[in-house]
Design a protein around this ligand. Structure first.
Ligand SMILES: [Zn+2]
Length: 238
């Protein structure tokens, strides 16, 4: 099967002075995208569902999608979650574990916005939202020395596992930055899947440590959104 995984950051109004406005999708755009998915018969699945499918242990709905958010902004709870629930979709949020309850201090030149805190994470988990690791400090993994990369991967997985009360299986490589070595470190640290940034579907043979995500930004038109989901179904492999 072909699985699209969507990548979002912030669902919110774009504040004046934002350095990276593409990290925003407005609530109106997001709602229109969810309505489109619902109308076309898409069902959201979890990474656990998909991993079980890849092991041959379960089937997935014909039109499955995974919705993901990077960084874990508080607006994921206040703005995105109500819309997700309204349309019956789940999502996976990749958290920067050392900064839970703080702000996006890894991009110091961007407007600082609150991130989900531990209570937010637990409340969202109770509401059916899944979480993965986006490393401890939003590290550019492929540029780190091996010992540092492994520490980022291991400490974030441990800390998030404690917060969630269950093992963490999925990693979102910060900046989509990774290489062969990074993938091996992720495997060594206990991750079963890793997500990158690439406008392609996932097939039954896509490397699980290199799952592609389609980035959605404030510039993604309704036509482009529909086209990505339709056209990419016909692409094979890489
Ligand atoms: Zn990020």
């Amino acid at each position: 099967m072909k699985l699209p995984i969507l990548l979002y950051h912030k669902i919110d109004r774009i504040p004046a002075g934002s350095r990276y406005p593409r990290n925003y999708v407005t609530p109106e755009q997001f709602e229109a995208q969810l309505a489109f998915l619902a109308r076309r018969g898409y069902t959201s699945v979890t990474f656990a569902d998909y991993l079980a499918y890849r092991r041959g242990e379960r089937l997935l709905p014909r039109r499955a999608v995974i919705i993901t958010f990077d960084d874990g902004y508080r607006s994921n709870r206040t703005i995105a979650l109500p819309l997700l629930r309204q349309y019956g979709f789940g999502a996976t949020i990749f958290l920067v574990t050392a900064y839970v309850g703080m702000t996006n201090r890894w991009d110091a030149d961007e407007i600082q916005e609150p991130l989900l805190d531990a209570a937010d994470v637990r409340a969202m988990q109770a509401a059916g939202i899944d979480f993965g690791s986006h490393t401890a400090t939003h590290a550019r993994l492929a540029t780190l020395r091996p010992v540092e990369a492994l520490r980022e991967l291991r400490t974030s997985r441990e800390r998030l596992g404690e917060l969630l009360g269950k093992p963490v299986r999925v990693l979102g490589y910060p900046y989509g930055d990774y290489n062969r070595e990074t993938m091996q470190f992720a495997r060594d640290a206990g991750y079963e899947a890793g997500v990158i940034i690439r406008r392609r579907m996932n097939t039954d043979t896509t490397d699980l440590l290199e799952l592609r995500r389609i980035p959605i930004t404030c510039l993604t038109s309704p036509g482009r959104f529909a086209w990505d989901l339709f056209r990419l179904r016909w692409f094979h492999g890489s």
